[in-house]
Design a protein around this ligand. Structure first.
Ligand code: GLV
Ligand code: MN
Ligand code: MN
Length: 416
């Protein structure tokens, strides 16, 4: 059985954290100088671990094993939210590196091929899971040309600034892999609440987004009587309220929706706003509630537009992410490793966050392992996990990887 090195693992996680650290959190959005510095650092670590490493043309860092036989791809992403936590993505990336080193140091596993990866822009600066879409061949030129960040920077400009224009892009080598395994913090409260240490992910949510533009008439806040106003912000508040009232009737147990970004123009206390924008995002593990939400939104917008005054336009704000199921065979390997190291203290569970494993699962058998998040907090500087949970999760992953690869190479051509 491979043994991970807890001190080496924690020290590499802390080194990665220091690149873009702000207080307890990290600011390392995709293609930023800090993101590219972290990718360069990681490439060096992959090489020290004996992998052939490259940063490809979308910024994916890929370390390929020189060992023959079926390989397993292991990793996550190292870009962060605009104000992100230190473990979201980073945990799975450094686990991948540590698993490579742990397997290489054990006579029973040193012949196994583990490739490590850090995908680019999982966190949606331009497009959620940009790097895994690229690696799996589902990133079209059209999608790329439309990709713009919230400041209006195009993807092409960001690639140029990051020094990636013209750099070759990698694709999954056909037949090379037995699968992909991504470890991650849970980012929710379920493991901590139930006192469990490991989550074996069964499914990953699908997600859609709608952007509303409200067009009214900017005017004086003292002289414009209420009946005459065409107040774009009031229309936004009304639509948001009606969404919050109507969505629960079509929602499943774990359906969620968020209105996390709005813009009001000109955003001044003495001016009736003439323009407003609102982003709505909704998620579920099945498509049905997402379809139902789209119908509700279309009805509410048609109803409010029929009244006149402020006009509302609704357009998709992002490429939808389809819900996905994780591979049952790979889940069993992770579950067995979890039972060995945390007997009775693991569970199967769905993921409410999306992950690169969702995209990769269309091309390769894919699975995920979660460790507890303190207080269930994530996408915030306060995000954290206990050292002992971080260490335990990596040991479970190392065992699972060894067992997946042993099975894949014992019966080539069969799923592990
Ligand atoms: C991924 O970071 C998500 O928003 O689920
Ligand atoms: Mn993540
Ligand atoms: Mn995230």
């Amino acid at each position: 059985m491979p043994h991970i090195d807890p001190e080496r693992l924690l020290s590499d996680l802390r080194d990665l954290r220091s690149i873009g650290a702000q207080g307890k959190g990290v600011v390392r959005p995709a293609f930023s100088p800090k993101d590219m510095e972290a990718r360069g650092w990681l490439k060096g670590r992959y090489e020290e671990a004996g992998l052939d490493a490259t940063i490809d043309g979308v910024g994916n860092v890929i370390g390929r094993s020189r060992n023959p036989g079926k390989a397993l791809l292991v990793g996550s992403h190292s870009d962060t939210q605009p104000t992100g936590g230190w473990l979201d993505g980073a945990l799975g990336v450094i686990y991948g590196l540590e698993v490579v080193r742990a397997l290489a140091a054990d006579d029973a596993t040193c012949h196994l091929a583990v490739d490590a990866v850090s995908f680019q822009d999982e966190e949606s600066r331009f497009m959620g899971c940009l790097g895994s879409r690229s690696l799996t061949g589902t990133l079209s030129q059209e999608m790329e040309q439309r990709a713009v960040d919230h400041r209006g920077v195009t993807l092409a400009e960001a690639l140029r600034e990051a020094g990636l224009a013209g750099v070759p892009r990698q694709r999954l080598a056909p037949g090379r892999y037995a699968g992909f395994v991504e470890a991650h913090i849970e980012q929710g409260p379920d493991l901590e609440d139930s006192g469990r240490k490991i989550g074996v992910v069964s499914s990953i949510v699908g997600l859609r987004g709608i952007r509303f533009a409200f067009r009214g008439q900017q005017n004086h806040a003292g002289t414009t009587m209420m009946a005459r106003r065409r107040d774009a912000a009031s229309a936004l508040y009304e639509l948001a309220h009606r969404i919050n009232q109507e969505f629960p009737q079509a929602a499943g147990e774990r359906t969620v929706w968020t209105m996390g970004r709005l813009r009001i123009e000109p955003n001044a206390p003495s001016i009736v706003p003439g323009y407003a924008e609102l982003d709505l995002q909704f998620r579920d593990a099945s498509e049905a509630p997402l379809d139902a939400f789209e119908k509700i939104v279309a009805r509410l917008v048609a109803d409010m537009n029929a009244r006149g005054g402020v006009s509302i336009e609704a357009v998709p704000s992002r490429t939808p992410i389809p819900p996905t199921r994780m591979d049952a065979g790979l889940q069993e390997h992770i579950a067995r490793a979890a039972e060995r190291h945390a007997p009775g203290r693991w569970q199967h569970m769905p993921s409410g966050a999306f992950h690169d494993a969702g995209y990769v699962s269309a091309s390769l058998p894919s699975a995920m392992l979660f460790i507890p998040s303190i207080g269930g907090i994530s996408h915030d500087f306060a995000e954290d996990s206990r050292d002992e949970d971080i260490v335990l999760g990596c040991q479970v992953l190392a065992d699972a990887v060894a067992s997946i690869l042993a099975a894949a190479n014992a019966a080539p051509g069969r799923n592990p």
